[in-house]
Design a protein around this ligand. Sequence first.
Ligand code: SF4
Ligand code: SF4
Length: 679
Amino acid sequence: MGMRLFSSNNRPVHLGPYPLERLQRQAQMPDLNAVPAMRPISFRRPEVPESIVNAMGEYEAMLDAIHYGLVNKATAEIPADPEERAHHIKAFGYFCDAAMLGICALPDAAFLDEPVTNPDVARLAHDLRTRQTKTLASGIDVIMADLKESMEAPPTTIETHTHVIVFLYENPRNPDKAEPGSDWLDDALAQRACLRANETATVIANYIRLLGFDAKAHSGSASDVDLNRLAVSAGLATAEDGALVVPYIGPRFGLAAITCAFELAPDAPLAPAAQQPWFKTRGPAWWLGMGFAKSALNGDPYAKRRFVDGPLPFERLKRVDTPTTYIDEAHVARVPKRTDMFARAQFGDMGKANQVNATGGHYARKSAPSSAQRRALGAFVLLQDGPANPNGPRPSDAERNAANVKAASYFLGVDAVGLSRCPEWTWYSHDAAGAVLDPPHDQAISMIIGQGYETMEGASGDDWISVAQSMRAYLRFSLLGGVIAKQIRNQGYTAKAHTVLDGEVLQPPLLLLSGLGEVSRIGEVILNPYLGPRLKSGVVTTDMPLAHDKPIEFGLQNFCENCNKCARECPSGTITAGPKLMFNGYEIWKSDSQRCATYRITTPGGAMCGRCMKTCPWNLEGLFAEAPFRWAASNIPAAAPLLAKLDDLVGNGGLNDTRAGTAQDPHPSTKDRPSETSR
Ligand code: SF4
Ligand code: SF4
């Protein structure tokens, strides 16, 4: 894990993780004819069937299929100041994990003589027009209707577009052919960054259209514009001796862009590399990461780690044979998918207010960023399952398969992966259509996507950020977990990605079995020692033979016994302040999940909720200075009460300034009402 010495907590989000503000810029636009021409990126590699590029191709094509759409006829009330708009758009891009963003006016020289087209788009566009989904997810009908309408709309041009937003995604090092888990990863870096950049460009283009302005995303595989020229125009790169050079990152990057009819303040182009002041850009501040997230020491989390091990030091954790939560496997009752709280809300089982807010996915769509994210989420539902390739090689070495699955997941950008059996009791009894579910797979690949410390700090936990934070992580799993499922199907086994919009397994027990965390007081939230509860999970199930991980133990059961902070801070009184008890075969802190779902669905001053995640003492920034907390919390049981109190004393997890004490604040005095948490 890349070590960080300094916090970037006070850095404005729109500046991003790299210190771009330290770079020398120039007023004059460089000669764009001197920029090396963009090379289209192909995702077709049939001659190498084991390559992950083939699996990525399906998802890249889906993003290219939905890179444009209908523009909202109502224009949103947004800032008129182009500078302020640019800050908002950049903050959204960095929230989606772009390494760098730049903005420029759309130059004539950027138009390609021949647009780059993705040969797989037509097939997927046909699927979007014609296929039905089988899921209870609220709002899926709205998403699919929008996609269908967009596919049937007449072709458009970008001639009216005036501005460009360029997204740059960095890559890790090249996988070494000798390292375990590298069987699928040869020569896939360009496609990796292209796909990740495309995800963000597609979402934010949709966001701008939702605001009422025309916008279209362009990727390395489908574009009307030369992305290299745009990177230079937008001040992200310079052309040096015929090559494109990006400060701090070098050649490890991929690009995507949005062209739009949406006025934004442009960035000035960069001065040539030779004119960049060394001390300011490559000196001690850059090496130590003083005030920004990325530095010379942590730019690539895999610089000194194997992909198979991931970015987080799981090797330091204690492994145990059984989870720290007792599970009476013989008595865990399987339940129908229809009992899912969000499904029940939609069907009216939880009262009128829940039903109104769940209809059409209103609780998520009422926030424009998450509404934009859900369009791609809906489209990916069509890809998350499918038949196995009958000609696949069906590799049977469970250890090797496990290494390949893990290394590929980490290579793509998953934060943590664990492998386990997938017992029958983790499956719903009936699927969304009410049919009896006969578990098709006995192997599970559990994945964690972190939700970002900085974002959590900028939110109260139950304002308008929470839902976008959730959807960002759900979308990332749908994309990356979906690619892994497709990759396994390409190898000849069946596999399904269980996403937020269409899943058939209960994820918490699988996360426990696979060693990704322990059960916390929050109830169904599994807490990870490095990310705390600030995460979303997803699971891929398969019949591919896999070697398994063991559960972990890091002292959380004792810590939660001595800490009630989440129970105290929960605005709905969902979380118990009492002891663990047996429920449906699990020994857990039983939270009132209906209360939580009701609050998340109906909250009027925001959308959804993650306040428990924000207030938990394990919600750490990942700094070197925080290591002693983690060590003491894991190794000295008697220190837990003191550490929990200390977290309060230093003011962690408080409401953000804009939220605290405002009329919107639904729980201004939560600290004074412990009775609500004991229910
Ligand atoms: Fe919010 Fe639910 Fe957590 Fe309570 S338990 S803080 S309502 S997400
Ligand atoms: Fe456990 Fe405290 Fe975190 Fe709640 S806030 S999950 S009790 S450590």
